[in-house]
Design a protein around this ligand. Sequence first.
Ligand SMILES: Cc1cc2nc3c(=O)[nH]c(=O)nc-3n(C[C@H](O)[C@H](O)[C@H](O)COP(=O)(O)O)c2cc1C
Length: 216
Amino acid sequence: MEIKILGVCGSPIKRGNTEIFLEETLKAAREMENVKTEAVFLSEKDISDCQHCNWCLTGQKPGQFCKQNDDMNGIYPLLVETDGLLLASPVYFGRLSGRMACFIDRLRAFTHGKYYRGRLKGKVGGALAVGWTRHGGVETTLLSLNFAFSSLGMLTAYERGISSGAGGVSSPGGAGKLVPDDKLTVLKDEYGLKSARRLAKRTVELIRMTKLGKSA
Ligand SMILES: Cc1cc2nc3c(=O)[nH]c(=O)nc-3n(C[C@H](O)[C@H](O)[C@H](O)COP(=O)(O)O)c2cc1C
């Protein structure tokens, strides 16, 4: 049984800690049998706010998810196709980034859209967040991502020890000290990386269970 997982990173920084953290997670998923992954980096995309125009409630049709014409056009079909969605955000003021917030708001096409309503229901979501400090809002960021999954009717990849997703820190030990030469400190966060790998495995496990359940 082939499994598809889509990762979306909400950092504006290319090749930053959050992108790398997501890539490590996707790599762990690919190590499992028959798993294919794809990554979308919002640092490379132009995505506007949801305008709350309500066009999707009445005008949505096959292949046309939203009235706005921007890079979401290429991402919507990937969301329809995928079995699992990993959302990764940097922690900004104890919550998710503006870029990730815009992306999530545009998923209203799947909560209220005339044609695509409910199309993410039953897919599996996993939350990832990277903050500078250990107590600087990683958990609250994860919770806001998880809330999006539940609003979409998705199943959240929770497990013992990673009860809100996978959190990483980008300063050594999450202590907030600046090390100018070390830009990808999240790769030294052993527990963060361990959590990310466990999240990947749990996401694949849940997808397998739900796909088997659906086919039965
Ligand atoms: C606007 C802004 C707000 C931030 N707020 C927080 C915060 O509340 N808590 C925290 O731990 N780190 C905060 N940070 C630091 C980032 O979360 C951290 O550097 C993270 O690694 C950035 O990910 P990136 O390397 O993918 O850009 C903030 C950074 C920015 C730019």
